[in-house]
Design a protein around this ligand. Structure first.
Ligand code: 2AM
Ligand code: CA
Length: 264
């Protein structure tokens, strides 16, 4: 099985299971704070994806959100060490857990593969709309079997932009503060609840841009490649090229990137 087939099949398998559990009385457990929640389904999804990928590629490593939450090694160290790992899968088993818990569409499975710290493959699957976004480095981005590309809009006023709120209060505050200036430049702001989905929507041109503070690598690694391969730009909020340890990011169709940057 190719790496791409592995990622797509794992995402679809987990997506089917997650969808079957919507509206079944899902119990949310608190993680790091009252705002940070997880369910048994997040853990089951991660285990399914882990088993599937490591059975196909036993020599590879996998960084999953839920297991890493309980791990002893700090994430910053794991990401530094990633430079020397030939094949590291980076998995968010449910991105948009809050949507999932409340029965709101807009949760995804995000799977990326990094080769010595460089993302070479990204898959984001939205089971609610059966949209599978995928990209391989140098080969473009796709939604199901169609090639996708970023929005051609030149001006911010012609673009929709999205953002989101993480569970950490300091990051929420800075994100809310930035909405004021961004709201004056763009057509409208959306908060759909999954960073991976926002990035997929920038890649396919539904959104002109996305920005958010406080994200983790599993929320964005796959989506970053989708945007880049669709012709877009991804930086941190200082305007530097995205690296795996960046938490604060801007992704756009390139043309409105500087508008977002100047608003922050
Ligand atoms: P999650 O559903 O996997 O937690 C919501 O705006 C987005 O922010 C989702 O992608 C969500 O991912 C992510 N998010 C929420 N809290 C977070 C946190 N504490 N750290 C990193 N990402 C977070
Ligand atoms: Ca998650």
């Amino acid at each position: 099985m190719s790496y791409l087939e592995t990622a797509c099949n794992a995402a679809r398998l987990a997506g089917e299971m997650i969808l079957s559990q919507v509206s079944t009385g899902i119990i949310a457990e608190k993680k790091s704070s009252n705002f940070d929640v997880v369910t048994e389904i997040d853990k089951r999804s991660e285990q399914m994806i882990r088993d599937f990928i490591l059975e196909a590629h036993p020599e590879h490593f996998l960084l999953g959100e839920e297991e890493s939450f309980a791990a002893e090694k700090p994430l910053s160290q794991v990401l530094q060490d990633a430079q020397d790992v030939p094949f590291l899968w980076i998995v968010d088993p449910i991105d948009g857990t809050a949507n999932f818990i409340h029965g709101i569409p807009g949760f995804t499975i995000s799977i990326a593969l990094a080769c010595n710290g460089e993302i070479i493959l990204g898959v984001v699957y939205d089971p609610c709309r059966d949209e599978l976004f995928w990209a391989e480095k140098g080969k473009g981005s796709f939604c199901n079997d169609k090639k996708i590309s970023i929005s051609e809009a030149e001006k911010a006023v012609d673009c929709m932009i999205a953002t989101g709120f993480v569970s950490t209060s300091a990051f929420r505050e800075v994100n809310i503060a930035s909405m004021d200036s961004i709201g004056k430049e763009f057509r409208s702001i959306r908060v759909l609840g999954s960073a991976a989905l926002h990035l997929a929507y920038v890649a396919c041109g539904r959104l002109g841009a996305f920005w958010q503070y406080g994200l983790s690598v599993w929320d964005i690694a796959a989506g970053v490649l989708l945007v880049k391969e669709a012709g877009g730009t991804v930086t941190n909020t200082k305007g530097n090229v995205y690296s795996l340890s960046d938490q604060n990011i801007i992704a756009s169709n390139s043309k409105v990137h500087s508008t977002v940057l100047n608003c922050l």
